[in-house]
Design a protein around this ligand. Structure first.
Ligand SMILES: [Fe+2]
Length: 226
């Protein structure tokens, strides 16, 4: 992705979160220069990759395959046991913008439609994974807001505002918004985007970046440790 596109995505996501009264912590607004002024006191943010995350999964087609996220809290499994055992993200899922099929081995996540009037619904498509990484053709048992339900392989669950789904390890999921852009939350166990995303089609989690203008914000995978 071009840096100019990433900059624009962050500005648009900031405006979308603000319009919908989802307020971000102070470091969401730190410029690259402000990051240089913060030392080891901010290492939790850097180590656990909190903050901005824009990706097109290197598709080159961000509008149709991509995602803009902000990680609000997270622990780290680097030392074998996390001191903080939970994570939270807020996501700006554009209408018809797909996050491709993937599953997690360690992470269980609730995906939550936190939108209000005028925001979209989230379509979540599901398959169980077979041992070889392929889709299994078995029915899926999934829980939505405490209610267990069955979904056919490749079937979808549509989340309206306030609704959520619990995605357990090895459950393939892909999602996109309809009827408007989605204000989508994620509450999960510790998140490790570097090692715990298993995409159906091999895709990088983070895009290659073409530096065509200076960065507006530092991305979560760009922090330099102090
Ligand atoms: Fe996921």
């Amino acid at each position: 992705m071009k840096r100019s596109a990433i900059n624009r995505c962050i500005a648009e996501a900031s405006a979308f979160f603000a319009e919908n009264r989802f307020l971000l912590p102070p470091y969401a607004d730190w410029t690259p220069e402000e990051w240089q002024q913060h030392g080891s006191e901010a290492d939790e943010i850097r180590t656990n990759r909190l903050g901005w995350d824009v990706t097109d999964f290197n598709s080159g087609r961000f509008e149709s395959i991509g995602l803009t996220l902000f990680t609000l809290r997270n622990g780290s499994l680097a030392d074998g046991k996390a001191s903080k055992i939970y994570a939270e993200k807020i996501m700006f899922v554009r209408q018809d913008q797909v996050t491709p099929f993937h599953y997690h081995v360690r992470k269980t996540e609730d995906i939550i439609n936190r939108g209000g009037r005028g925001t979209g619904r989230l379509v979540v498509q599901l398959y169980n994974s077979a041992g070889d990484g392929e889709f299994a053709q078995s029915p899926i048992s999934v829980t939505c807001d405490g209610i267990r339900r069955q979904v056919e392989p490749g079937g979808t669950v549509v989340l309206g505002p306030g609704e959520s789904i619990t995605l357990t390890p090895y459950l393939y999921h892909a999602f996109y918004a309809i009827d408007g852009h989605g204000l989508i939350g994620e509450v999960s166990s510790v998140n490790d985007d570097a090692t715990d995303n298993y995409f159906k089609e091999p895709l990088p989690r983070y895009p290659e970046i073409v530096e065509d203008e200076p960065p507006f914000r530092v991305l979560c995978n760009e922090y330099r440790m102090t």
